[in-house]
Design a protein around this ligand. Structure first.
Ligand code: NAD
Length: 265
């Protein structure tokens, strides 16, 4: 760990649900690296996240935020502006899709669920970008999102969430185009599979874990989000000041392999 990497940075971390959340790991690592961290949680999760924060003895504040709503982002922007002032960066750690959009026959998924998945998992990055633009200091800011990607291929499960992640990647590139002149960077970290609440909601998630066991050249732990959190911290830091529109793979090298290395596992 680099203790002072984020000293002087104020960061907004969205998407905390449980202790296992990538967002929670990032908040802990960013705090340890010197950042002042403010959290958001889906309104239904706020109580449990406040308890989680209290249990860890941390003084972090938790604000409710439904990222599918533009009015919620605009309202939170004003609250954060008056309470804290400028923010140097934000993590988008939000995704949702109904079960029938995640597994089963691709063509049978309910279009209403697909629309909700897109709004929650892809469009919401642009919604959060509005807040980042509004609260960025003159020197610019960094927005980071979380992808699940192996060069755009189809997974054995994941279905419409795979489509949403492709859209998230495209959204990040268009945001990078528009916000670059304001020194606001937009990048993604493509993580390997981690056992979080969102992951547990994916039917046959084991198929993805099995793929990592046979194909990742580095050993991969599905219960350790800290390598992903550290990459997010890097992208939020000034070390990444010339990077935007990038996807950083933190997946044990899975995406770079063309075939299973250990098919017998
Ligand atoms: N777990 C993995 O294997 C993995 C791998 C790669 C990428 N990711 C991505 O990481 C991100 C974080 O997921 P996680 O795995 O830490 O799971 P998680 O369940 O801890 O986090 C997902 C979060 O999204 C929030 N959310 C859902 N709908 C929302 C809405 N409308 N507004 C605001 N928040 C909403 C949930 O409340 C939850 O906090 C997601 O984008 C996920 O796709 C996860």
């Amino acid at each position: 760990m680099t203790p002072h990497l984020l000293t002087g940075k104020r960061l907004l971390i969205t998407g905390v649900a449980t202790e296992d959340s990538i967002a929670f790991a990032t908040a802990c690592r960013a705090g340890a690296m010197g950042a002042e961290v403010v959290l958001t949680a889906f309104p239904r999760d706020v109580g449990t996240v406040r308890q989680l924060v209290e249990d860890t003895g941390s003084p972090l504040e938790v604000f409710p935020l439904d990222l599918t709503q533009r009015s919620e982002v605009d309202g939170l922007t004003e609250i954060l502006r008056s309470r804290f002032g400028a923010f140097d960066g934000a993590l988008h750690a939000v995704a949702f899709a109904p079960k029938d959009a995640l597994d089963g026959p691709f063509v049978e998924a309910d279009p209403a669920g697909i629309e909700l998945a897109f709004r929650t998992s892809a469009w919401s990055l642009s919604n959060l970008a509005r807040l980042v633009v509004a609260l960025a200091p003159a020197g610019g800011a960094s927005l980071v999102g979380l992808d699940f990607d192996a060069n755009g291929g189809a997974w054995p499960v994941y279905n419409w969430m795979g489509v949403c992640k492709a859209a998230l990647g495209s959204t990040a590139r268009y945001l990078a185009r528009d916000l670059g002149p304001r020194a606001i960077r937009v990048n993604l970290v493509a993580a390997g599979p981690l056992l979080t609440r969102a992951a547990r909601g994916i039917p046959r998630f084991d198929a993805l874990l099995d793929a990592w066991a046979t194909t990742s050249p580095l050993s991969w732990s599905d219960s350790d989000p800290t390598p992903v959190a550290d990459a997010v911290c890097f992208l939020l830091s000034d070390l990444a000041r010339a990077m935007t529109g990038e996807v950083l793979h933190v997946d044990g090298g899975y995406h770079a392999m063309a075939a299973p290395l250990h098919p017998d596992r």
